[in-house]
Ligand binder design. Structure first.
Ligand SMILES: [Zn+2]
Length: 63
């Protein structure tokens, strides 16, 4: 696996759709959902929690 430096990252193409290189896919943490989660909730130095649009309100308790 190639280690990206900051200058490498700047030269990467930026697709208008899809996920940028290096960006993790997250799944909604709502029980039984598992959709792609676009909403992340995290406090500093704590693990982040991810939810889809529909369940993003679930994440507010982690803030
Ligand atoms: Zn969900």
């Amino acid at each position: 696996m190639k280690v990206l430096t900051l200058s490498d990252e700047i030269r990467l193409p930026r697709p208008e759709q899809g996920t940028a290189p290096g960006v993790q896919h997250h799944s909604c943490e709502h029980p039984g959902c598992g959709k792609i989660a676009g909403w992340g909730f995290a406090k500093p130095r704590q693990p982040s929690h991810w939810f889809c649009f529909e369940h993003r309100a679930d994440g507010e308790r982690f803030l």
